[in-house]
Design a protein around this ligand. Structure first.
Ligand code: GLY
Ligand code: MN
Ligand code: MN
Length: 435
């Protein structure tokens, strides 16, 4: 493992802190029920700055002329390691993760007031975790109580997330490599589900195909709860029951991505359970695919974050007119939002360590102040159309729901789509042929 990307990020952050101190704890372990834990997942900010996988760890960065990069972590413990597995311990962790010093986590409370003393500002994620807010308030009070010795407490409490979110919005080469890997595995998982699909199977059988392929190829697992929605279930945007049977005449929508090295991929594919699109399914699919292509063409440096959504809306609105779902002109539909009952979400989001990754979408509150795209940003492009059974649409559309979602990096002159699961009707029907 190389600690260089993480060291680089810490050093960049230190330049912003100036004479301040930043405190970045990782996530706690969480109980699921009685003494069973949820699988452990580190905090994304902590991971971004360290690559250190253990719970009970905190980074403290001290800025100024003698910067310090300090890791607090669990000590070695033969008995606990026998039960729960390897622990680095401060000494080994310090070298392996490129910190300037490391200490047992148990000494944090006692060391924190000294680390804060006479610093101008304290940076942390205010309000993220009530326990941490409390611990930090206590440490500040301890520093304030030394006021008569001439010790000053930081006068400024700053939210670290503004700085870190901005850094995380543009992916560095190390992140891009990992995200490509996550995308490759997720693409393979979707292709497996297509190949395995047969009428009468349960949605969870396709979920199992994805999970198997993700793990078989070394991903840590799903990046978020997967959606495997047959027919009209796909009209429920966050359907996660995944327990119904797949009817031969219906489509199935799968929204699933894996996590690799902390990074999410996020892919949606919609395909016919039978392996062949019927004419209505084909018509709707082609509209959504054309909307996705128009949106992808609108992702380029300098474009605003909303441009690609607008590009998708234009194609979807024309499609809804062609399908006789709405009447009037495209401009009229955009103005009145007539598309909204059938397309109610936005066309994408930032992607990274979190599936809905951090980073501002707007720089202020005016209509035209959406963030401008720049090379290195990663985002999803995921238009869809959803026709609920019983909706006021031609009957043949009832229960037809399609979303197509891919992941892209903004490049120097446009964008690179780096997910590769079968996407066109021809590609899907080819991979699903069972002869
Ligand atoms: N899987 C969540 C999303 O597509 O945004
Ligand atoms: Mn998404
Ligand atoms: Mn998704």
């Amino acid at each position: 493992m190389t600690h260089q990307p993480y060291t680089r990020r810490r050093q960049h952050l230190l330049t912003t802190l100036a004479d301040g101190v930043a405190i970045i704890p990782t996530a706690p372990e969480r109980i699921r029920n009685r003494d069973a834990h949820y699988p452990y997942r580190f905090d994304s900010y902590f991971w971004y700055l360290s690559g250190f996988p253990e719970p009970d760890a905190v980074i403290v960065l001290v800025g100024g002329t003698n910067p310090r990069e300090i890791l607090f972590c669990r000590e070695k413990n033969e008995e606990r390691e026998t039960w729960d597995g390897f622990r680095y311990g401060p000494e080994t962790a310090c070298h392996a993760f490129g910190f300037s010093e490391a200490h047992p986590i148990a000494s944090l409370e006692q060391m924190l007031p000294d680390l804060l003393a006479n610093r101008r500002s304290l940076w942390h994620s205010l309000g993220h975790d009530a326990d941490w807010d409390q611990r930090i308030a206590q440490a500040l009070n301890t520093v304030r109580s030394r006021n008569r010795d001439g010790t000053r407490a930081p006068g400024e409490i700053r939210d670290l997330r503004g700085v870190l979110d901005h850094m995380r919005l543009s992916k560095d080469d190390h992140e891009i490599d990992i995200m490509r890997h996550a995308a490759d595995i997720a693409s393979a998982g979707h292709a497996c589900a297509m190949r395995a699909c047969r009428p009468g199977m349960a949605e969870y059988e396709l979920e199992a195909e994805l999970a198997y392929e993700f793990r078989r190829r070394g991903a840590d697992g799903h990046a978020y709860t997967p959606i495997v929605a047959g027919g009209a279930n796909a009209c429920i945007l966050h359907y996660v029951d995944n327990n119904k049977l797949l009817a031969a005449h219906s489509l199935v929508l799968i929204d699933a991505g894996c996590e690799v090295g902390g990074y999410a991929s996020d892919i949606t594919r919609t395909f016919p359970v039978s392996g062949r699109f019927n004419p209505v399914q084909r018509e709707v699919y082609e509209i959504v695919l054309a909307a996705q292509q128009a949106a992808i063409a609108a992702v380029r440096p300098g474009a605003s974050f909303t441009d690609y959504h607008q590009a998708a809306l234009r194609v979807l609105s024309q499609g809804l007119i062609d399908l006789k779902v709405i009447t009037g002109s495209v401009d009229g539909a955009l103005e009145s939002e007539a598309y909204k009952p059938w397309y109610m979400h936005r066309t994408g989001h930032w992607l990274g360590l979190d599936v809905h990754d951090v980073g501002d979408y707007r720089t202020g509150s005016a209509d035209d102040d959406w963030v401008r795209l720049a090379p290195g940003m990663a985002l999803t492009v995921e238009p869809g159309l959803y026709f609920r059974p019983g909706a006021q649409v031609p009957k043949a559309l009832h229960g037809v729901a399609v979303r197509i979602e891919d992941d892209v990096f903004v490049s120097a002159d446009g964008c690179t789509v780096y997910t590769s699961a079968p996407r066109t009707i021809a590609e899907i029907e080819e991979v699903m042929r069972h002869d």
